[in-house]
Design a protein around this ligand. Structure first.
Ligand SMILES: Cc1ncc(C[n+]2csc(CCOP(=O)(O)OP(=O)(O)O)c2C)c(N)n1
Ligand code: SF4
Length: 303
């Protein structure tokens, strides 16, 4: 047999995923909104990851930041305010082959959806959650959010916010998420790297991105914008042990504006894998019986 006969049949080259293919509607945010750069970074991350186009899911809650599904040509959709994470967990668990991304704001993630976030995180469901923190409710035109600083004047706090805000990174590190990172909407290269690493992480990966609401809280993040006199300080990964929750908590407790990069990266079985194992065992025990027969048997026992 000749060498030519042994050669494998040529396979058609995988089409390269492009921004053009990923772009849907033109974004409708206010000119200058930080969310534009987050969207651009998401496109770029997807281009570089080059996942099969049909495997990408872009979910979101409700808010300006949650408009992502309109602008991305992929599977996806909005879900009720604060509930996009558990909904997306269902998508991920039922279709482990999909690449599930969820986008939302600080109100969606830390206020109305705060409790949902904790439970999906601790279960380590395989998905990537990007929280665009602008420290205000943007869509509903300036109410205090759980990350607004004390003294922030808004429609709900006309004399200035009196409540202590949450510390998002401490909450996320403590949530049970196995990948926790922080980035800034003025740093596209950094955002692309964080989104890509989160997407490639097996388990619940969350990236908090400071994204300025130019309309209702301009200048909120100037302290970490070098061209505005601030410092963008990244985490030295050679120094920081990303598997150490105490070290991550210490980083998260640093004074504002804190550091950017990967706080936590640990390996723990995903709920996707644990559940798949459970299903395989149950199938073996029931001798691969059809679902309808198992249901019939269960109903028969209930009589
Ligand atoms: C159950 C429910 N409560 C309240 C609202 C009104 N609402 C819509 S978006 C939003 C907050 C949005 O803030 P955030 O999540 O920070 O996103 P942003 O618009 O700032 O990007 C609120 C309170 C709603 N849609 N549903
Ligand atoms: S209101 Fe704020 S968050 Fe919403 S689109 Fe405008 S600048 Fe962006």
């Amino acid at each position: 047999m000749s060498d030519t006969a042994l050669a494998p049949a040529p396979t058609p080259e995988e089409p390269k995923l492009t921004k053009k293919a990923l772009t849907a509607d033109h974004p409708t945010w206010c000119p200058g909104c930080g969310d534009f750069a987050v969207l651009a970074s998401y496109y770029r991350a997807l281009e570089q990851l080059n996942y099969p186009h049909e495997s990408i899911v872009t979910m979101a809650g409700i808010g300006c930041s949650s408009r992502f599904p309109y602008f991305v040509n992929s599977h996806g959709g909005h879900f009720i305010h604060g509930r996009s994470v558990p909904f997306s967990a269902g998508v991920s668990l039922s279709r482990d082959d999909l690449k599930v991304f969820v986008f939302g704001g600080d109100g969606d993630g830390f206020s109305i959806g705060g409790n949902h976030l904790d439970h999906v995180a601790r279960k380590n469901v395989n998905l990537t959650y990007v929280i665009m923190d602008n420290q205000v409710y943007g869509l509903t035109k300036k109410q205090t959010s759980p990350t607004s600083p004390q003294g922030f004047k808004s429609k709900t706090d006309p004399w200035g916010a009196i409540d202590q805000p949450i510390n998002p990174m401490r909450k996320l590190v403590n949530s049970g998420a196995t990948f926790v990172a922080r980035s800034h909407a003025t740093q596209v290269k950094h955002m692309v790297e964080m989104i890509k690493r989160a997407a490639e992480h097996p388990g619940f990966a969350v990236v908090e991105i400071l994204s300025e609401c130019i309309e209702f809280f301009p200048g909120a993040f100037d302290d970490s914008v070098p061209r505005k006199g601030g410092d963008f300080v990244t985490i030295d990964e050679a120094e920081h042990d990303k598997t150490d929750i105490t070290a991550a908590m210490k980083l998260a407790s640093e004074p504002w504006p804190g550091r950017f990069g990967v706080y936590l990266e640990i390996q723990r079985p995903t709920k996707n894998a644990l559940e798949a194992g459970l299903i395989t065992k149950a199938r073996e025990k029931t001798k691969q019986a059809a679902d309808k027969d198992l249901l019939k048997a269960t109903f028969a026992k209930m009589r």
